[in-house]
Design a protein around this ligand. Structure first.
Ligand code: SUG
Length: 446
């Protein structure tokens, strides 16, 4: 068990990009997804970009681990909808019926691991275990298919029930729609730790986006707080700004990112941003450093297009942070100027590194979307099953694995190719051996 003051190390668990990565315009309200629909995908480049980011984080001396992709196309889902015959029959019938449905069944969206689950470190939970609730992702069809496999993966890795608990995903209902850690930030000062949950809708709340869906239900965040045994004073729920959502900020991590005692956000990230910051200051004290970009400084449209707030904040050994921003935000002067202001703030971010995750960005996933933060003590880390912690050897093995199995060109029409299904299964079968995970996929379990 964990001592309440045990030192925790943060591990970024990155979702490995799956072999079916493509652009299908599946996420209404995610402008990049809609804009790039139908473009040629390059799963190999996307996966290699992901590995390069992990290599960079590890090179900074920070904790890095991987989560495997899910099996796609998802034949179980398609058969559940009444498509029958051989796998090839199912794929061609679905494609004929509705190509978008085949895309939904084939999306590599599990790569955006920030949406995999909500996580509470053991030091913050009343029972001193690390809690995980896989996100049900019920607001988008293609993403709603992820929870069973995510649950299985997390239960495989975090099987030690003395230290970890992986809850069931919340019920698949719009009232409990849960997007995982993409709407969550843990802030810490020497006074306390505070879990901030951004939510988009709740019964009786009339302030709501008009164009795009609000994905996170407040009741879902409340359920996570109960499940994770967070004391009431350790959590703060706040509504995402409908203006932000209607401008394309479908998760709160599109307009806000925090780590430790640092938070940066856009004024349209949350409803009544000034009151939000006052509340944080009251709870966390003077050590908290909050940087707000006003609409004048950084227009919402640029913030959504360039994703500076979806930067990955990497805790460094000296207590400061590295900020991994998407390359797109370096290329736009106003956005770059904002990040330079962040860098100039004393005692928070000591370096800004621009990373190329463009193949993910074109589907609305920046650096922060690709990772799930899990804080672990050394003892807890030693009890994580499998071989998922990223070191030079795993890096080399994964790099060779991607180059061996991944295509460098993929269009929606390729998804009905039964060879793609076979290649994908071979790749995942090999991966489970590499990561020492046993049989986690349906095709391996019969
Ligand atoms: O859920 N895109 C993802 C992007 C997730 C970003 N995650 C965070 N902000 N944490 C989504 O909208 C697009 C797939 C497509 O259109 O092919 C997609 O699912």
């Amino acid at each position: 068990m964990v001592h309440p003051r045990a030192r925790l190390t943060e591990y970024a668990f990155d979702g490995l990009v799956g072999p079916t990565h493509h652009y299908a315009g599946l996420s209404s309200g995610n402008l990049a997804s809609t804009e790039h629909a139908g473009e040629i995908g390059n799963p190999r480049a996307a996966a290699l970009q992901g590995l390069a980011k992990m290599r960079l984080v590890r090179g900074l001396g920070a904790g890095q681990a991987v989560l495997p992709p899910h099996e796609r196309p998802n034949l179980r889902f398609l058969r559940q909808l009444g498509f029958t015959g051989s796998d090839a029959d199912v794929l061609s019938a679905v494609h004929k019926y509705e190509p978008g449905l085949l895309s939904a069944a084939s999306s590599a969206s599990a790569m955006w691991a920030a949406n995999a689950a909500s996580v509470t470190p053991s030091v913050d939970a009343e029972d001193q275990r690390t809690h995980f609730t896989p996100a049900n992702l019920s607001s988008m069809l293609h993403r709603s298919l992820e929870a069973p496999t995510t649950t299985r993966i997390l239960r495989t890795l975090f099987a030690d029930s003395e230290r970890f608990v992986v809850h069931d995903a919340l019920p698949m209902h719009s009232g409990y729609s849960d997007e995982g850690a993409a709407n969550h930030t843990r802030l810490v000062t020497s006074r306390t730790a505070l879990h901030v949950f951004g939510w988009g809708r709740a019964p009786g709340v009339t302030l709501a986006p008009r164009k795009f869906p609000a994905r996170q239900a407040r009741a879902a965040s409340e359920a996570v707080i109960r499940l994770h045994r967070l004391p009431a004073e350790g959590a703060l729920l706040w509504q995402q700004s409908p203006t932000g959502i209607d401008a394309g900020a479908f998760h709160s991590d599109v307009l806000a990112v925090g780590s430790g005692s640092f938070l940066m956000l856009h004024e349209h990230a949350f409803v009544d941003g000034a009151a939000f910051v006052r509340e944080l200051e009251a709870r966390l004290g003077d050590e908290l450093c909050v940087l707000v970009a006003s609409e004048d400084e950084l227009p919402l449209a640029e913030a959504v297009a360039r994703y500076p707030f979806n930067s990955e904040l990497v805790p460094l050994a000296n207590g400061r942070l590295a900020l991994l921003a998407p390359r797109e935000s370096e290329e736009q002067p106003v956005t770059k100027a904002f990040l330079e202001r962040v860098l100039a703030e004393p005692n928070a971010v000591e370096q800004v590194v621009y990373v190329d995750v463009n193949d993910s960005m074109r589907n609305g996933g920046g650096p922060a979307c690709l990772r799930l933060r899990v804080q672990l003590s050394d003892d807890e880390r030693a009890h994580v099953a499998g071989r998922v912690f990223f070191d030079a050897e795993l890096d080399a093995a994964l790099d060779a694995w991607v180059r061996r199995f991944y295509r460098d060109r993929l269009l929606q029409a390729d998804l009905l190719d039964p060879k793609l299904l076979v290649e994908g299964r071979q790749a995942l079968d090999e991966l489970t051996t590499l990561l020492e995970l046993g049989s986690i996929y349906d095709f391996q379990r019969g």
